[in-house]
Write a protein that binds this ligand. Structure first.
Ligand code: XUL
Ligand code: MN
Length: 380
């Protein structure tokens, strides 16, 4: 990309930041397809705008109500909302099934008022005192029953919100010490729980979000491979796929773009949680591209090259603002992550694929390496 082209891209990105959805498609059309970002639609969850508490200190920013958060989505460039079950229906354990459905329908109407759609609903099975030792894989059968019942309410909420996608982040399905649970039995319990959901509603799809650790020492489904393998054991494997989070893949020692490519080969990449992670430590949920731009570039590139989004898949973010961020600028991590995605998309689409193919044929990977680095630096 020459200097003028780089300037043009910056201008386009500035303009694109003000549009979304249809507007972007039109924008791309009148710009001769230069930006070509219209096929990607972005989501985040209300938990991604937060008060900044960490395990060692209290909240540092004031709370923004759910409705106020919804009114921020469009101006940040987002068209869709990710939900935990109780983001949509707070205190759902104390409500009847009909009350849960009614409240979820009211949320759907609010979404419509804001011009937003729901991407998925994820049962939050890790906060209730009953699930201290796991939910679907708890040793106590009463706890397993509670987890399965609560999950079925998530299906009702998803239906009321007009989405067919359930995300399962299996937070406490693992062990602190190896001897506390039997991993063969735990896998059977997970299959049983997933089957319960698949059979309760023939229209829903389940995307497992693998993560190797945190809060558990060892999780039972740590990688994309585990998630896709367990799908094959269920009553309807075609309805079980994955949501791949960049940071979770990195924590498992995997390259996120390779995990995505693997899931794409199975037609099972139904959602992504883009973010970044600085090595093997706590799950950081840093802004997309903030640690390793090339790793972020390769995620964008694999998604774009294989038409992710063309069948309605959303580009989801799961990013946290730094604790140091003041109230007035506490949503910048969201717009910055989206902007980084679009800028990397632009870099990827500007590459000379014939030249790349030649270098691959010549096996001159040093030259290919340079070509990618220079493109990321805005130099050709
Ligand atoms: C946890 C995590 C969750 C899920 C949604 O690490 O990523 O936010 O994405 O339940
Ligand atoms: Mn996530």
């Amino acid at each position: 990309m020459g200097r003028c082209a780089a300037v043009q891209v910056v201008k386009i990105d500035e303009e694109m930041g003000k549009c979304s959805g249809q507007e972007l498609k039109f924008f791309n059309f009148i710009n001769g397809g230069v930006a070509m970002a219209g096929t990607f639609r972005f989501t985040f969850g209300p938990w991604n705008i937060h008060e900044g508490a960490d395990p060692f200190g209290p909240e540092v920013r004031s709370t923004i109500s759910f409705n106020d958060k919804l009114s921020l989505y469009k101006e940040l460039g987002f068209d869709g909302v990710q939900f935990h079950d109780d983001d949509a229906v707070p205190d759902l354990d104390s409500l009847s099934r009909n009350e849960v459905i009614e409240q979820a329908k009211a949320v759907r109407n609010t979404l419509k008022d804001h011009g937003l759609e729901a991407e998925f609903v994820a049962p939050r099975l890790w906060e209730d005192p009953r699930t201290i030792d796991g939910a679907y894989t708890a040793n106590d059968p009463e706890v397993r029953r509670y987890a399965r019942e609560r999950s079925r309410l998530s299906l009702d909420i998803a239906e009321a919100l007009d989405t067919d996608l359930i995300v399962l982040w299996l937070a406490r399905e693992g062990t602190y010490i190896r001897e506390s649970k039997d991993s063969k039995t735990a896998t059977d319990h997970l299959v049983e729980a997933i089957n319960g959901m698949l059979n309760a509603n023939p229209d829903i799809r389940i995307a497992i979000e693998p993560k190797p650790n945190e809060p558990m020492d060892h999780a039972f489904l740590p990688t994309t491979g585990h998630a896709l393998a367990i799908a094959a054991l269920t009553d309807d494997p075609d309805r079980v796929g994955v949501n791949i989070e960049s940071a979770h893949a990195i924590l498992a020692g995997m390259d996120p773009s390779d995990e995505m490519g693997f899931a794409l080969a199975f037609d099972k990449l139904w959602s992504v949680h883009l973010n970044d992670q600085n090595g093997l430590k706590f799950d950081q949920d840093k802004s997309f591209g903030s640690v390793d731009l090339r790793r972020a570039f390769n995620q964008v590139r694999i998604l774009d090259r294989h038409d992710y989004g063309k069948r309605g898949e959303w580009v989801g973010l799961d990013v946290k603002a730094m604790r140091t961020q003041k109230d007035a600028v506490s949503t910048r991590h969201l717009s910055n992550s989206r902007e980084a995605f679009l800028a990397l998309l632009e870099v990827s689409r500007s590459l000379d694929q014939n030249r790349i193919d030649e270098l691959i044929a010549e096996r001159d990977y040093e030259a290919l390496d340079r070509l990618i680095i220079m493109a990321l630096l805005g130099r050709t």
